[in-house]
Design a protein around this ligand. Structure first.
Ligand code: PEP
Ligand code: MG
Length: 585
């Protein structure tokens, strides 16, 4: 038996066989020599692959014209031009004849060389073309290798999914009934794959670095998403122990659920508000089961992430209305499109940015695509008559951006009025505070916001300069870093001074070991994966606000994250002596 330890990203234990799912970059391109008399047949293979790829892109082009936008159609049009470019084809034919290597290798070699040359160009237009070249060549290469990209939606038996780095869109598309756990080389606790795994209650261990090399298809695995351990081919006795642990885990979870009807109130009467984060509309149907008092964050971009998905106003309207109706009058905070980074919109954004996390993301993307943004705003406005809607803008970094977003909202309202489309008069509009600049100017932003929601996943990433999906630097992503605590204090204080509420919807809000500290800092609302609500509520009901304030004051005096961690752990041990699970997160 072998044991590996990674980042515990989604709690729970699973025992199943491994299924290896390796992404495109891991495709093995074969390389072998051919005879002169094979050149013609190799060339014919290329022509067939190129023809099939062309047909596919023609379909995508027509689809984009019908259902997406002229801009997107233009991108596919340029892909068609590349596929039909005779100079490029001549180059491949010549290289094939000269090198006498198989066509996959020749084609890969030429496309890679071209793409590298374009990537290095100082001209942004050429750099953009590099991503198009990669896209087009991948399509042709799949045909050459006869790779029918296996769809995770087609999984037909129970498995533990082993991958280098799944995309959020892979998780959305996979057959969730069959995936009993996820393990990955890459990723961290706040990567979007982790967030989705928690949303679907699938145990996950990420950041294992080399797991794809250690595991063979069909190996027996035990995945403990609570401790971060992965056991490869354990013996029968260990398997029995873990089976017992699974039963124990379920029992404990059912006990937590009994708290559902009780208020999230401290011993001295301070009432906090606990809400759920959701990624797909149907999740809203189940959050009441865990005692959610509303939706604190609906990540609307997940609607847009599945390729070919139509994102028309009507479809959005239906999705938002579904959530609002399911919550029956409880507040529902819908965040406008937060694409970019690891959430690229397949129909709009190419994976060619040098620094995607600092690039064309979130509100920046929406403001630069007014048509797309206003379509979403109109869908939101129209849905508002179905419940208690709050609109939230992601990644605001300064007042100008907020004002632009607000004025587009006014334009969208005018467009609705023109079409006699009703919307509620009482929609609160707030912002995410997840960029250090927004935290530092929270007092200014509070003047134009109805509420704040702190996005600690990005706030930690940006303030500590730690890529949240990079397993190598994940140890630095410390929520208890003094810089983060000072930001939190400043944000909450600025909100309260301007008379607005401060919520948190980053993963920290659902971490029971941080609950007392966050209460002490004055946080009004906690929004998290619904399954975490009972545990957080249990902490709130077991503490007094007076003690939490003392804890927060002491934590703010600490000079390092280590000291804060020791302080908070000692505090938790004093108040929750039997709760190993909470202290060991
Ligand atoms: C955050 O950054 O904390 C957040 C909630 O947004 P996301 O995780 O979707 O980036
Ligand atoms: Mg964020």
């Amino acid at each position: 038996m072998k044991k590996l330890t990674g980042i515990p990203a989604s709690p729970g234990i699973a025992i199943e066989k491994a299924f290896l799912y390796l992404e495109d970059d891991f495709l093995d391109i074969p390389r072998y020599s051919i005879q002169k008399n094979q050149v013609e047949s190799e060339w014919e293979r290329f022509r067939t692959a190129n023809r099939e790829a062309t047909e596919e892109v023609k379909d995508l082009h027509e689809h984009a014209l019908r259902e997406v936008s002229k801009e997107q159609a233009a991108i596919f049009q340029s892909h068609l031009m590349m596929l039909e470019d005779m100079d490029f084809q001549d180059q491949i034919k010549e290289h094939l004849g000269n090198s006498l290597q198989n066509i996959e290798w020749v084609f890969w070699d030429i496309s890679r060389e071209l793409s590298q040359r374009l990537t290095a160009s100082p001209d942004a237009q050429f750099r953009e073309r590099a991503a198009d070249i990669s896209d087009v060549s991948r399509r042709v290469m799949h045909r050459l290798l006869s790779v029918k990209k296996f769809s995770l939606a087609d999984l037909s038996s129970d498995v533990i999914l082993v991958s280098h780095d799944l995309l959020p869109s892979d998780v959305l598309a996979m057959n969730k009934e069959r995936v009993k756990a996820i393990v990955m080389d890459a990723g961290g606790r706040t990567s979007h794959t982790a967030i989705l795994a928690r949303a679907f209650a699938i145990p996950a261990v990420l950041g294992l670095s080399t797991i794809t090399k250690e595991i063979d298809e069909g190996d027996n695995l035990v995945v403990n998403g609570t401790s971060g351990e992965v056991l490869i081919n354990p013996d029968a006795q260990i398997l029995r122990q873990y089976q017992g642990a699974i039963d124990q885990y379920r029992k404990r979870f059912d006990e937590f659920l009994e708290l559902r009807e009780l208020p999230a109130e401290t011993k001295d009467g301070y009432r906090a508000c606990l809400k759920a984060n959701i990624e797909i509309p149907e999740e809203a149907d189940h959050v009441a089961r865990y005692g959610a008092e509303g939706i604190g964050l609906y990540r609307s971009e997940f609607l847009f992430l599945t390729p070919k998905q139509a994102i028309a106003e009507e479809e959005q309207y239906r999705a938002y209305s579904h959530v609002l109706k399911a919550m029956a009058g409880q507040p529902v905070t819908i965040r406008t499109l937060d694409s970019g980074g690891d959430k690229l919109l397949p129909n709009f954004q190419a994976a060619d940015e040098k620094n995607p996390l600092l690039g064309w993301r979130a509100i920046r993307f929406s403001l630069s695509r007014p048509e797309l943004f206003k379509t979403q705003l109109r869908a939101l406005l129209r849905s508002s008559i179905n419940g208690n809607l709050r609109i939230m803008f992601p990644m605001i970094s300064g007042i100008e951006e907020l004002e632009q977003a607000l004025s587009m909202l006014e334009e969208a309202k005018a467009e609705c009025r023109q079409k006699n489309q009703a919307y509620s008069d009482h929609i609160e509009v707030g912002i995410m505070i997840e960029v250090p600049a927004a935290a530092m100017t929270a007092d200014i932003l509070a003047e134009r916001s109805d509420f704040f929601s702190i996005g600690t996943n990005d706030l930690i990433q940006y303030s500590l300069a730690v890529d949240r999906g990079n397993e190598r630097v994940n140890y630095l992503a410390q929520p208890s870093h003094p810089a983060v605590l000072r930001f939190l204090k400043k944000i909450i204080q600025s909100a309260h001074e301007k008379g607005i509420r401060a919520a948190m919807c980053g993963e920290l809000a659902g971490d029971p070991s941080a609950t007392a500290l966050l209460l002490g800092l004055g946080l009004d609302e906690f929004s998290m994966t619904a399954q975490s609500i009972p545990q957080v509520k249990r902490i709130i009901r077991g503490v007094s606000m007076e003690n939490c304030r003392i804890l927060a004051d002491n934590a703010l005096q600490c000079t390092s994250y280590y000291h804060v961690t020791v302080l908070v752990e000692a505090w938790m041990t004093e108040y929750f002596p039997n709760d190993y699970e909470i202290r060991s997160r």
